[in-house]
Design a protein around this ligand. Structure first.
Ligand SMILES: [Zn+2]
Length: 261
C-alpha cells in the first residue's frame, strides 16, 4: 500500500543525518519518558471531538507523524475515509489559508485549539464561516497549496494550540514579504511571525509551517482521543496505534479500520 505522506520532504542529506542522529542518541525509552521541550502546554484540555469524517465507513490512516514527516512534534495524522468527504470534527470558525497554489483549511475551536486540513480538494467552506460538527469541508485529495508532497488522496489532519488572541487582518505592508519568507528581511519575518501567532497563516510557506509554526504551536497526536479512539504515537514517523475505547480494539498504524457508530 502506498504510504500517504503529506508535507513530506524529499530525502536530503540533512534529513538523513537528523534522523540518524535521533536514532543513535535517543532510544525508545528516552523518547517516551522525556517530554519534548518544544511542545508548549496547552491552555485548556483537548476537547472531545469526532473524527474529521462520517461514522460507519472504512478508513485508512497512514499514521501519526510530524508536519514534515521527518522531524519535530508529531502533531499530524493522515486519514483517507472511503467516502472521501472531510468533515468538521467539532464546531468552530473556519480560516481559509491562502497560498500561491490555492487554499487550505484550519478551524479554530473553543479553548484555543486549532485543527488543520491539508491536501483537500473541492473545498466547501468559506473564510470566517462558523461550522458545526459534521459539516462537510471538502474532499480528500493531493492538493499542495503551500508546498509539500502527497502520494494518495487523503487529509493531513493537524493539531495546534494558539494564543488566546483573535485572528485579525494583516497590517498594511506585512503581506508583501510573506511568500518568500526565506528571503524576507528580519523585520518582515517578525511581522510574519506575529501574524502566525494570531492565526493568519496566509502565504506561510510549507517550510515555515512545518518548522517555526509547528515548533511554536504544534500539539502531539499521541494520547489524544478522537472519535472515541485513542491514538498513540510510535517510535518512528507514521508508526503508532489506534485503540477503540468502547471495545479495546487495537489497530496498528499505518492501517485500516472501520469507525463504527
Ligand atoms: Zn500527513
Amino acid at each position: 500500500m502506498t504510504k500517504l505522506r503529506s508535507w513530506g520532504t524529499t530525502t536530503t542529506a540533512a534529513a538523513v543525518l537528523t534522523l540518524t542522529a535521533g536514532v543513535l542518541l535517543a532510544g525508545p525509552a528516552a523518547a517516551e519518558s522525556a517530554p519534548s521541550p518544544t511542545v508548549p502546554s496547552p491552555a485548556t484540555a483537548f476537547p472531545a471531538m469526532a473524527f474529521p469524517f462520517a461514522l460507519g465507513q472504512q478508513v485508512y490512516s497512514a499514521g501519526i507523524h510530524s508536519d514534515d514527516g521527518s522531524d519535530g512534534v508529531k502533531n499530524a495524522i493522515d486519514f483517507s475515509p472511503a467516502d472521501r468527504t472531510v468533515r468538521a470534527p467539532l464546531a468552530g470558525t473556519v480560516h481559509l489559508q491562502h497560498c500561491s497554489g490555492g487554499d487550505w483549511v484550519t478551524i479554530d475551536h473553543a479553548g484555543g485549539w486549532r485543527t488543520g486540513y491539508y491536501h483537500m480538494e473541492a473545498i466547501q467552506v468559506t473564510d470566517g464561516e462558523q461550522v458545526e460538527a459534521g459539516a462537510p469541508l471538502g474532499s480528500t485529495g493531493n492538493a499542495l497549496p503551500c508546498g509539500g508532497s502527497s502520494t494518495g488522496a487523503h487529509v493531513h489532519f493537524t493539531l495546534w494550540t494558539l494564543p488566546a488572541a483573535p485572528a485579525t487582518a494583516a497590517a498594511p505592508g506585512d503581506r508583501e514579504a510573506a511568500p518568500g519568507d526565506r528571503e524576507a528581511a528580519p523585520r518582515d519575518r517578525e511581522a510574519n511571525d506575529r501574524e502566525a501567532a494570531i492565526g493568519d497563516w496566509d502565504n506561510v510557506s510549507y517550510a515555515r509551517l512545518t518548522s517555526t509554526v509547528a515548533a511554536a504551536y504544534g500539539q502531539p497526536v499521541d494520547g489524544k482521543e478522537i472519535g472515541g479512539w485513542q491514538f498513540t504515537a510510535g517510535a518512528e514517523q507514521y508508526d503508532g496505534t489506534a485503540t477503540h475505547l468502547a471495545d479495546r480494539q487495537l489497530v496498528q498504524l499505518p492501517g485500516r479500520f472501520r469507525d463504527t457508530p
